[in-house]
Structures are given as C-alpha cells and as structure tokens.
Design a protein around this ligand. Structure first.
Ligand code: PEP
Ligand code: MG
Length: 754
C-alpha cells in the first residue's frame, strides 16, 4: 500500500489543510476539500466527518466516497453504530471487518455496504467530543497505528476549526457547555453524606490549545525542549527549597523521572511535532495516545501513572500556552469541584455559596478535606476512578455521597429524581430541626451530652441551629492553615473570643494546634517526615516550639477574659507531655495574673486520647486532667497501623470492630470512676450505629459534625440504653465479629432510629 513517509505525509497534509483554510472559501467547500485531502492521503475510498449536534446527534457533515445525498441526512445517536461508539467512548476504532462488529449500524442512504474496513477517531477539544472523523475502504484492510495517529492529528486540526466556527456555524454544533458524551456512573466511596447537583469545575483546569498547526517545525521542537527544561528546573528548585521527602514533591519528581526521562514518551511528542503540530498540540497528542491505550485499564498503578502524566502534560501546556484554562468565564453558580485530591485550605478557596459538592479521585473519609467539607455540609465522593479524565468542565454532575456514586451528564429523568432526593433530605432535616429543643435523653432517661465539632467561625452558626450542648472540639488549626503567615496573639485572641461570644455561655473546648501530618502550614517549612502521621505533629511541635504553644494559650486566656475556658492537648502519648504542656499553661496563667487579666471562672484541661500507649498510663494521667476526649480518627489509624489518609488501607478496619470497642470500654471503665469526663469526638461519634455502641459501653458525651446531631439525637431518643448495654456487652464477648450487622438487627427489633 502506498503512503507517504510517516512524517512527511501528515505534515504535508496539515500544510494543505492550512492552505485550504487560508483561501477563505465557504465552510462547505472547505469541508469537501478536507475530506478529499484526507481520503487521498490515507489511500481511503471514503472519508467522512460527523459533527455532534444539539440533542446528542452525530450528523454527517461531509463525505468523500459515500452518497453525497446522505450529507445532513445521516444521523446517529451518541452510542449508536460505530461512529456513535467512537464518540461515546472518546477513543479510536480500527476494524478490518467493520460490518461484523456488533455495534455496526447499517444506513442504506449512505451506500456504505461495499466498504468493509473502517478507522475512525473522535474529534476532541480539551477532552470533549465535537465529532468523529472516519475513513473506510472496500478491502478488509488493517489500519496500522501510524495511520490512526495521522487521523488523530487531523482530528485535532478539525477540532480547532469546528471550535473557531470555521467549518460549521457555531449554533449548528452541540453547545460546548451542553452534554457531550453519554451519561456515566462512577462508583467511589462516601467521604461526606448528602446529595448535590451542579456543574463540573476542574480544580486544576484543562488547558485549551488554540494553535495546532505549526509554522516552523524546528522552532516548535525547540519550544518543547525549552518548556521541558523549564519544568525540570521548577521541580529542581522545589526540591531544593523543600524537603525532598515530602509527598507532593516526591510525586512530582517521580512523574518527572518517569516521563521526562522516558525516551518513548519524549519521542512521541517529538514525532507529533514533526508531523506538523505545534509543541502544545504535540504534548496533548502524546497524552491522548497514552490515554487511548491505557485509559480503559482498571489497574490502579496504571491509572496513577496516567494521572501523573496528565499532571506533567498540564504543566507543559501551561508553560507553552502561557494560559491558565478555558474557564476564565468564572465559577458557575452551582459548582461541583473535581480534583485528584485536595487540601482543606484549597477547598476553602472556593466560594461556599456556590459550592455544591466535591468529587475526588483519591481521598479518604478521615482526611481533613473531608472533615472541612462535612463542616460546610458539602457532599463529597472520593476514590472515584479516573473521574478527571471522564468529566468536562460544565458537565452536569450529581454527587451522591449517600450511595457513594457520581453521575456524570445524567439524563433529565435522573436529574428530576435527584431533585426529589434533595427535597426528601430537606424534609428529614426539618424533622431533625423539630428535635432541636428536645433533650438528647434515651427512653430510659439517660441524658447524653451532645456536642458539636467546629473549626471555622462559620461553623458556629450551627450551634444555634442544631441545639447542641456546646462545642466539644474546636480545631484551632484550620485558620492557621488557610493563612499565609502565623497569626499573632491578637488575631488568635480575637477569633477565640468571637467563638466564645457566639457560644454565648455554652461550653467550648479549644484544642491546641494539631498541625503536622496531613495538616500542613504553608509558612512552616520544617515538616517533611517520612511518616508524617507518626512524625513531628500536634503537641510534639507545641512542646518543641514552646513559644508558639504559649502564644496560643495566651490568646485563649485573653479571649476568655474571665469566662470559663476548656483547653485540650492533642496527640498526648506520654503523661510527661501533658505535664510539660500544663507547665506552659501555668506560665501563661502567671503572666496573665501579673498583667491583671481576670482568670477563667473555671479552667478545664483535658487531652485527646489518640495514641494507644496512653491506655496503659491512665492511672498516672487521670489525676491531671478534667476530661479525656477520644479522637477515634487517629486512634484507629494507630491501633490498626492503617494510615487514615491512605485510601487503600483506611477503610480496611471497621470502627465497630470488637478490638476498638474493647479498648474503649477498658478506657471508659478506668476514666469514669476517677470522676473524669470521657467524650468521643472522632467522626465515629457522629454515626448513629457507632454512637449507639459508644453509649452502650458507657460513653455519655459525644461531639460530632453539625449535620450528625439530628440523626444521632433521633437515635438517642428512641433508644433504651439498659437494653442496648446488655446487648453490646454480650456481643463483645462473642468471637471477633464486627458488630455492625448485629447492631442493625438490634435497632430494627427495638425500633431504634439509625
Ligand atoms: C481524631 O483524631 O479523632 C480527631 C478528632 O482529631 P483530628 O481528626 O482533627 O485529627
Ligand atoms: Mg486527631
């Protein structure tokens, strides 16, 4: 078979396409010329262009070889026939015997029955399908990889022409913010409950390439090498400036090593440029090729590499286009943010009044982004595989935290069902709101302390709404994380004092800084532990940097200004740490006295029980504390040696495992007789079944995110605690089976609302 040399052919073709465009003839003539040129170049009897029109229809817009009368008559739905299949999956197809393919849909008006082989590629722009380019031959011809790549290159040029309105009038094309592909369901895990609907915003938006065809291939090769060198320099600088071990930078480095030094990838880009593309189009082409080959893989390692390559591609495209993205039009009114992963500060950068939901490719329920999202009452689905490559900005997205699903481009009836679910949820909320002023007491009159976790001033509004008894955990680090420098004593004191003002006499427990681990302060450079969750974090930093901790304690005393104050130290692993922290508090109390500041009317000091070792130090610890608050998020990860932020392992261990409950039972039995209050403030406390188990083993105070107060109160008010305690005690003596199912049955039998 005759073809030009692989490089000269497409390059010549691109040049001819450009010349055709430059002649300024009508769109119809241009299209006719394009299909003629492509058919010629590909030695194909047929070349056709289908364009996606409003209503999910692919319409034949131009053809060389099929019946000309089929133009604008032949229409296929996305997903219908081979052309529809290419559009639906956004990937090429090359078939020697197309008619025997199960998807083949015969259209008599085209006269295509005599053509046996077919190769087609999607016309993609910024990942969105705009149409399909197809060639066909009479013989059963095997199209090779190079030929398919040539078609992809042409499709890129066509995409720019379509987008620029040069081939088809823009109002004939499916609107860019409309539905481009078939609806899709992506299963993930629930990070935050709730259901929301909105339009997709990519956290790191894709870059739209404006210039596809190169004027000067040599110059484009140089631009590519320069961009690569400068991305390499950026990474080197980052590595110098920060600790090389810290997660993000190491990942970048690895991506870099994998692809920049990967001759195969580099060669692909260089070849694409040599075929007549600009450097940016070449980089995009190389990525599209890899995605076509590996995109269907479910292997997590491959998926991870693919998102790494997407990162590198984005960095290069940013460099090469000097642009940020195609979404400069601002954020939609109802955003669903899609990201690979995200820190809590990044989430807070979004306008809360427009943010409806979040979808992450990674993430786990105990990560801080999830905790912040919960505080903001935003549904989040995590571990949604390759969602970034399947969603386009502007797509309608349903985030269904309750069933851990993401619906991409749902059909109209699904949208209606979702609105109904959102209404039903609002109805449930009204029901919980009706419980607001009723006491959280069980049927057999055990009064439970029902407190709320908070970390932002905006959380405080929920105190009144939920009728919680107070704030059981105020995470002070969140304001530290979203600033660009360390807040001074005045700024901290102002904040804590506002919190106390809003609480209006209800108790607030302030936890001292719990940074480190996944809670990174942008202005503290000293992190970078290889194993951050078990590294230099929380009280360990506070004790090593006593001035920092003292300033925070000073701010708390100043804010209280004589009002009752409750302070909690996180991550205590050894009694000596608590004693050291208490000494710093004493120093600050002395300082306050010397300055004539009123002492808190009542000062309560407690610790977070997060490190298992503390269970065997309770006798010496308890005389020094007023309360012990169990942080099950961290306790679980240390107890089971399973990183709470690592999606692969964090869900392996059930919060209702007998191991955890027996440990907690042991602690409760030690703490309560000593007259010390015991609270649970980890996420576990906010789930009705878990809360039931905690009450049954003797916990009487729970602190949780605001959204959990209603459901947990409903559970408490329907519970007979005496029965539940007897049931759980006996269940805990059984062999090591998770209690979840047994407790559900118990709840069903005893009409406990869970
Ligand atoms: C915990 O560890 O359970 C806890 C409440 O603290 P944080 O989630 O902030 O680490
Ligand atoms: Mg913790």
């Amino acid at each position: 078979m005759e073809r030009g040399t692989p490089l000269a052919g497409p390059r010549m073709l691109l040049k001819r396409l450009r010349d055709t465009m430059a002649r300024g003839v009508s769109a119809e003539e241009t299209l006719a010329e394009v299909v003629r040129l492509v058919a010629n170049e590909m030695v194909a009897e047929v070349c056709s262009i289908y364009i996606l029109r409003a209503g999910e229809v692919l319409e034949l817009f131009a053809t060389q070889g099929l019946n000309p009368s089929a133009v604008h008559r032949t229409r296929l739905r996305v997903g219908e026939g081979l052309v529809g299949d290419i559009a639906a999956h956004g990937r090429p197809l090359a078939l020697a015997d197309a008619q025997s393919h199960p998807q083949f849909a015969y259209r008599p008006e085209t006269g295509e029955e005599v053509f046996h082989s077919l190769a087609g590629v999607p016309i993609l722009r910024a990942g969105r399908v705009l149409g399909v380019l197809v060639v066909q031959n009479r013989t059963r011809r095997q199209y090779d990889e190079e030929e398919v790549e040539t078609l992809q290159t042409i499709a890129m040029v066509l995409a720019e022409m379509v987008a620029a309105g040069r081939l088809v009038s823009p109002n004939e094309v499916q609107q860019v913010d409309g539905i481009g592909l078939l609806p899709l369901r992506v299963d993930g895990v629930q990070l935050t409950s709730g259901v929301a609907i909105g339009r997709a915003v990519l956290h790191e938006p894709r870059i739209v390439i404006q210039r596809v065809v190169a004027e000067d291939v040599g110059a484009e090769q140089e631009r590519f090498e320069e961009a690569l060198a400068s991305v390499r320099e950026d990474v080197d600088r980052m590595l110098e400036a920060h600790d090389m071990q810290s997660g993000e930078h190491r990942e970048v480095l690895e991506t870099f090593r994998m692809f920049v030094d990967d001759r195969g990838w580099r060669e692909r880009v260089r070849e694409a440029i040599a075929s007549g593309l600009t450097a940016e189009a070449g980089v995009q082409r190389a990525f599209d090729d890899v995605r076509t080959r590996l995109g269907q893989s479910t292997d997590p390692y491959i998926r991870e590499r693919l998102s790494d390559l997407q990162d590198l591609t984005n960095r290069l495209l940013l460099r090469l286009t000097g642009r940020t993205n195609g979404e400069s039009g601002g954020q939609p009114e109802d955003m669903v943010v899609i990201a690979r992963d995200m820190g809590p500060a990044e989430l807070l950068d979004y306008d809360r009044s427009r943010l409806r939901g979040v979808v992450l490719e990674e993430g786990s329920a105990l990560s801080h982004v999830a905790i912040v999202a919960r505080a903001l009452d935003i549904p989040v689905v995590g571990r949604a595989p390759s969602v970034l490559s399947r969603v386009e900005p502007g797509d309608t997205i349903v985030v269904d935290g309750d069933s851990a699903q993401v619906l991409v481009r749902p059909s109209e009836d699904v949208v209606q069902t979702i609105y109904a679910a959102i209404d039903a949820r609002a109805e449930r909320r009204r029901k919980y709101a009706a419980l607001r002023d009723l006491p959280p007491a069980t049927r057999d009159q055990a009064r439970v302390g029902l407190y709320m976790n908070a970390g932002l001033l905006i959380d405080m509004q929920h105190l009144e709404e939920t009728g919680a008894d107070g704030i059981g955990l105020y995470r002070t680090e969140i304001p530290f994380m979203v600033r660009s420098e360390f807040p001074d004593v005045e700024a901290q004191a102002w904040l804590y004092s506002r919190v106390l003002d809003i609480a209006d006499g209800r108790p607030v427990t302030f936890r001292t800084l719990d940074v480190g681990g996944d809670k990174v302060l942008p202005y503290v450079d000293a992190f970078g532990d290889e194993n951050p969750a078990m590294g230099w974090r929380a009280i360990r930093i506070g004790l090593d940097r006593p001035a920092m901790l003292r300033r925070q304690l000073r701010a708390m005393l100043q804010a209280a200004n004589g009002r009752p104050l409750s302070i909690m130290f996180p991550m205590i692993a050894d009694v000596s740490e608590l004693l050291a922290a208490r000494r710093l508090l004493e120093l600050e109390l002395d300082r306050a006295r010397r300055r004539g500041l009123p002492e808190p009317e009542r000062l309560r000091v407690g610790i977070m029980f997060e490190v298992p070792a503390l269970a065997w130090q309770l006798d010496s610890l308890l005389p020094h504390v007023d309360f012990v608050s169990v942080g099950t998020n961290d306790l679980m990860q240390f107890l089971f040696a399973a990183d709470r932020g690592n999606a692969r392992v964090s869900a392996r261990y059930d919060t209702l495992s007998p191991a955890l409950l027996r440990l907690l039972h042991f602690v409760v039995e030690k703490v309560r007789p000593a007259g010390v209050e015991i609270t649970v403030c980890g996420e576990m406390a906010g789930r009705p079944v878990e809360a039931l188990a905690l009450l049954a083993i003797g916990v009487r105070t729970l602190s949780m995110s605001p959204g959990a107060i209603g459901p947990v109160k409903a559970m408490i008010r329907s519970l007979d605690l005496t029965e539940a305690s007897a049931f759980v005690s006996s269940a805990l003596t059984q062999p090591d089976r998770p209690l979840r199912e047994t407790l559900r049955l118990f709840a069903a039998d005893h009409a406990v609302e869970i």
